[in-house]
Ligand binder design. Structure first.
Ligand SMILES: C[S@@+](CC[C@H](N)C(=O)[O-])C[C@H]1O[C@@H](n2cnc3c(N)ncnc32)[C@H](O)[C@@H]1O
Length: 210
């Protein structure tokens, strides 16, 4: 199982025990809802670093969809983002509770990301980026459409959504991208992740190709 923590100055033993407790939480959730969790192991530190690599504090607030054990959340903190500037959307009660305990300053919304549109916690929010660990390939097209619409609806005009996939193409169908004036571009692949994963930057047509 991959080590779910980013590089950190925390003592080795404490990092190991936090990593194994995250791994255990992940396995328990997977046993309950394999389709919703969408992976057998938490994302690796290398994948977390890649998916957060283009995000910096100037883009806050930042939205994170499907944070699970919080591997990407930790990588965002490691890039200097303030905890109060992160909004986490996680449908699983176990993961949401764990995230609230680990990061009391963050806004953790325990809801289905497909029902994000119009949520009061997002009123007036203009996020500068979004990161997603959602298993989009396992979702209905209508749910993916709602997630894309709600995410881009609460971000600035230039903002991008960073999404990883174990598949061979972007998990947001082209029809949805076109309808929302978006393009997707692969920014890298992590062979050492279990399984190997590709990260896509999805954003307004004019900004993604840069
Ligand atoms: C691949 S896993 C987590 C990935 C995360 N990077 C990690 O390593 O822990 C996907 C996460 O998305 C959450 N999720 C799945 N469907 C969701 C939905 N419709 N709304 C919000 N969260 C969802 C799952 O509960 C799970 O935490």
């Amino acid at each position: 199982m991959s080590d779910p923590l980013p590089e950190s100055s925390a003592p080795y033993e404490s990092r190991r025990s936090s990593a194994s407790s995250a791994g255990l939480a992940f396995l328990r959730s997977w046993l309950r809802e394999p389709r919703r969790v969408g992976a057998l192991a938490p994302s690796s530190r290398a994948l977390a670093r890649l998916i957060c690599s283009e995000i910096d504090p100037a883009q806050t607030p930042v939205l994170e969809l499907g944070p699970g054990t919080g591997v990407f959340t930790e990588a965002l903190l490691a890039r200097g983002l303030a905890p109060s500037q992160l909004i986490l959307v996680e449908s699983c009660e176990r993961f949401a509770g764990r995230l609230r305990r680990c990061h009391p300053q963050m806004r953790v919304l325990q809801i289905d990301a497909a029902r994000l549109a119009g949520h009061p916690a997002l009123a007036g929010v203009r996020a500068g980026a979004a990161v997603s660990g959602l298993p989009l390939r396992a979702m209905q097209t209508a749910a993916v459409e709602s997630i894309v619409a709600a995410t881009f609806g609460c971000m600035t005009a230039q903002a991008s959504l960073y999404q990883f996939t174990y598949g061979l193409r972007c998990p947001v169908p082209k029809t949805i991208l076109r309808r929302h004036g978006l393009s997707a571009r692969a920014i890298g692949r992590v062979w050492g992740n279990l399984p190997p994963a590709t990260v896509y930057r999805i954003g307004p047509n004019r900004s993604v190709a840069s």
